[in-house]
Write a new protein. Structure first.
Length: 318
């Protein structure tokens, strides 16, 4: 529960970020671009691209809980609503489903009713839930940041290749500690396969959304829910309690920002929890069971700072 002191701290963090946004961020962006930031020299990146990367990195280096809550998320939410239709509420889904929440935290069965919200991003008039695929999309952002409009463009391009496929996006709780977002992910998936009885479910997510998609697989595999037909996890954040200090990388994401996400999502360590650290707490028997049913695709870039987690997880799956 957020206290008044927490709210005051968030506001102070936002005020500090607002000052930096107009002072140190542009100054450092230009300075690094002129000097040539080491990773950009190493990878021979053009000046214009280097300038953009430096700006985004400098921006993310200054993000805090307060600036995410009062700046990033309101802005992203506004852009998304403008893109989808500001007053279009017909596409929103709000429901309650009972799941085993205890299984996520300590492996001990405890049934609870979980509330979740979602929205239809694409729902063709010809969509037939009994035979057409439905994509459950889970966006990234370190369990803290809103759905960006760039994701909508990506999903629309996907829709062009699969015109009969519907896409529903989970609006999971942001800036909330584990296991809230995992509970909501499991709940909406359970609704799709049991309440809606959709036989062809594809789950798709990037970064922390990729984490939640893989956790849906784990939850379904452990509880006997019907597993999805396909799962695509793009650059998943697998070990959410892990720290790092790599700086010489050409990635918008930094370990400093990851530490902010980690302090919000996983503030206390839970040793060997497979829903928090999918790679380091890998369960071979469970994943062997999952892979017998679900086609899993995991992708990542060679310059990403989380590549060691992902490549290790991929090797364990193989």
């Amino acid at each position: 529960m957020t206290t008044k002191n927490d709210q005051l701290k968030d506001i102070q963090q936002f005020a500090t970020f607002a000052v930096k946004l107009y002072t140190t961020v542009p100054f450092n962006t230009i300075r690094f671009a002129i000097k040539g930031y080491p990773p950009h020299r190493k990878y021979n990146v053009p000046f214009a691209k280097s300038l953009v990367i430096n700006f985004v990195r400098e921006l993310t280096e200054n993000l805090t809980r307060g600036s995410i809550k009062y700046f990033s998320n309101p802005a992203l939410s506004l852009f998304t609503r403008l893109k989808l239709g500001f007053f279009n509420t017909r596409n929103f889904v709000h429901d309650f489903i009972q799941i085993d929440t205890g299984l996520l935290e300590n492996g001990v069965t405890r049934k609870e009713t979980v509330e979740f919200k979602a929205r239809w991003l694409i729902k063709p008039a010809c969509f037939n839930a009994s035979k057409d695929p439905i994509i459950l999309y889970v966006h990234g952002g370190g369990m803290c940041v809103e759905l960006p409009t760039s994701d909508l463009r990506f999903l629309n391009l996907l829709h062009e290749d699969f015109p009969n496929t519907a896409v529903i996006s989970l609006d999971y709780s942001l800036l909330a500690p584990f296991p809230k977002s995992v509970e909501e992910s499991a709940a909406i998936y359970k609704m799709i396969v049991t309440k809606w009885e959709c036989p062809r479910v594809w789950i798709l997510g990037d970064s922390s959304g990729g984490n939640l998609c893989l956790n849906i697989l784990q939850y379904a595999g452990m509880t006997g829910l019907r597993l999805p037909e396909k799962c695509i996890s793009i650059s998943p954040w697998l070990n959410t309690t892990e720290d790092g200090d790599e700086k010489d990388q050409l990635d918008f994401l930094t370990w400093q920002l990851i530490s902010v996400f980690k302090s919000i999502y996983a503030p206390t360590l839970v040793p060997k929890n497979k829903f928090l650290d999918l790679e380091s707490a890998f369960d071979p028997d469970l994943w062997e069971k999952i892979l017998q049913v679900t086609k899993v695709m995991i992708t990542y870039g060679e310059w990403e700072i989380l590549r060691h987690q992902i490549s290790s997880f991929h090797e364990k799956l193989a």
